[in-house]
Design a protein around this ligand. Sequence first.
Ligand SMILES: [Zn+2]
Length: 88
Amino acid sequence: MNNNIVSDLPEKNEPCVCASCGETFGCGAKFDGCWCTEVTLSEEATAEVAKNFDGCLCPKCLNAFASRPSMKLIYRDGTTEIVLDAVG
Ligand SMILES: [Zn+2]
């Protein structure tokens, strides 16, 4: 058994570097499943992550995104922009 992983990450995971803070974390997406499926992100937050980061985020950053309020700006020409509250 590998007890080097600190949090409650799945045993099977591959090293991943957080696209936001550079922290390494384990991603289990290629195995039985990933912890990230248990993090509930709003549609807006998911889009914001996809727009800003090219890759996975660590649990800390993903949870930070999940808990940050966001709002959708709709311009007169029909384009939309998602803005996350910068507090925190
Ligand atoms: Zn991170």
